[in-house]
Design a protein around this ligand. Structure first.
Ligand code: FE2
Length: 257
């Protein structure tokens, strides 16, 4: 079962204009709560602006394998986020038992060719699969996928289904990430069933009608619920700079008044 009343991301009404004299904190919270994502426009482009901004909401989360404030920089090559290849829609840090909940991405500059962002509503995808492909839906809800990240001498690993259901059987979140996904230890027949469900999920996540594509400009700040909204980007070509600063916090911190 999927919360049928859960709306998909609308194509408009996601934008909040930054106003330093009257910070639109509640408007941002309400937009993320309703749609899973909010684009804040006209924010300053100083590199440390995000640190100041998130303090209005709460305390940032400190991940185990990267800094609390992390630069996604097209001039660097290490790490998944800095890779120039297309990044398919995914949720972050699936290898953590508790992945980041609310993610902030502040665009400081973007002169890159390509590198447009993509966003997909995971709850809508789950609802569509529930209605149109219940067999795949059930596999995605029930089969635990192993995820692992090795970083220096540290290994972070967990197992979880890709659709997370609550005690009432409603899908409340998604965990979708091809970069850190391992192979479940099942027999060949079951693996084929899992691969078929995975293909159905991938197909839904790349459908143009399920995707918002947006080129971030300097002064844009995106806030999204990592348990609901998948994010990705198109391939980057050339050497022009694209710099985003990234951090995350718990839903409890984000929603506190
Ligand atoms: Fe990501």
């Amino acid at each position: 079962m999927v919360k049928s009343e859960m709306p998909a991301i609308p194509r408009d009404d996601l934008h909040v204009v930054f106003n330093s004299n009257a910070l639109p904190l509640q408007q941002i919270r309400d937009t993320v709560r309703a749609h899973g994502i909010c684009f804040v426009t006209d924010v300053p482009v100083e590199i440390d602006f995000l640190e100041t901004f998130v303090e209005y909401f709460g305390t940032v989360h400190v991940p185990a394998t990267y800094p609390a404030f992390y630069d996604i920089d097209s001039s660097l090559s290490e790490g998944v986020a800095n890779n120039k290849q297309e990044l398919p829609p995914h949720t972050d840090d699936p290898y953590e038992q508790h992945p980041p909940e609310i993610i902030f991405m502040h665009c400081i500059c973007n002169r890159a060719e390509g590198g447009d962002c993509t966003y997909v509503d995971g709850l809508k995808v789950a609802r569509d699969l529930h209605e149109n492909d219940p067999k795949s839906f059930e596999v995605l809800c029930s089969v635990e996928i192993p995820y692992e990240k090795r970083f220096g001498g540290v290994s972070r690993a967990t197992k979880a289904p890709q659709f997370v259901r609550n005690s009432e059987g409603c899908v409340t979140g998604v965990r979708v990430n091809p970069f850190y996904r391992g192979k479940p230890e099942v027999d060949h027949g079951m693996l084929e069933i899992i691969n078929s469900a995975q293909a159905a999920l991938n197909e839904q996540c790349t459908r143009p009608e399920n995707m918002i594509k947006k080129r971030l400009q300097a002064g844009n700040l995106v806030i999204l619920d990592n348990s609901r909204i998948l994010h990705g980007r198109t391939e980057i070509s050339g050497t022009n700079k694209r710099l985003l600063r990234y951090c995350s916090m718990s839903r409890t911190q984000f929603c506190r008044k």
